[in-house]
Design a protein around this ligand. Sequence first.
Ligand code: KG4
Ligand code: ZN
Length: 339
Amino acid sequence: MITILAIESSCDDTSAAVIQDGMLLSNVTANQDVHKKYGGVVPELASRAHQANIVPAVDTALKDAGVSVSDIDAVAFTRGPGLLGSLLVGVSFAKGFALANDIPLIEVNHLHGHISALFLKEKGVPHTDPEFPFLTLLVSGGHSQIIKVNDFFEKEIIGETIDDAAGEAFDKTAKILGLPYPGGPLIDKYAKLGNPQRFKFSRPKVGDTDFSFSGLKTAILYFIRDEHKKNPNFVKENLYDICASVQYTIVDILTEKLKNAIKQTGIKEIAVAGGVSANSGLRERLRKEAKANGWTLHIPDFKFTTDNAAMIGITAYHKFLRKEFAGQDITAEARLKNM
Ligand code: KG4
Ligand code: ZN
């Protein structure tokens, strides 16, 4: 039996999970509310909150899993990409835990983790793994990519954003509208009540499978500024329609690019991952497209879309099987590539 304790601390969620033989036993996440009033994550505050949260999160994860420290065979952590100060808390904790218990250390790339979330299994919950090769639309607060996943450790980037990530498009729009951070979930909520066809925004001109969201952000900013001049209550009176229209535009761009990648590769085994895959508009649209076009669609359980340690744990389990361990000299890397 292989039991792994996993830590995720790359941004503003402190998360700990226990995975046993590839089966998730527990997953505990402490969210940080301190960033809400600043309209974005404040790195300094995030690192401090991780320090306060990490030991209680691990304690709870072990308790929920019904295992003790002596049952743990390896400890895994997110090495990057992410905020350096945040990553350092997880890396340092994991190193200390590995040393104290004389167990191996496993480093995980956060983005690899988001993709691995598609393979998470819980007792009593039906689940189907995607079949290799499959295409993943990986959309989070920091990344937007279309990735061809050839096997657990071999991936090719088919397309990516040339500027902002999809999550940033949601969060920056929310900020323009005066909504608190993170804006994605709120836009999603209000979009359900609005008319997605009410306002039209122009589409970026980039490669067939690449994204660009900074132009959309500027278009929304100017649009709101101009309407606000005519009616100071414009946002308040039209919030639901604005959210629905913006969400429709982002989802439509993501879907169109994914379709181009499908055409290019001929692959119809499709998955979506990352925080933005929690978006109900995107989930619904992809389900519809899958049905109409004969794709097999894999969407992670809602709780595994945004940052969590379970996805780090399942990646680490596969690394454990390959005996890919890290040394005590490993460092956190804010811009880690090599997925
Ligand atoms: O994967 P994640 O938790 O962190 C990163 O690795 O970046 O993604 C966070 C992003 C944020 O931009 C957040 O606004 C977005 O995911 N997000 C959503 C929704 N839930 C989270 N965006 C749209 N709709 C949602 N329901
Ligand atoms: Zn993430």
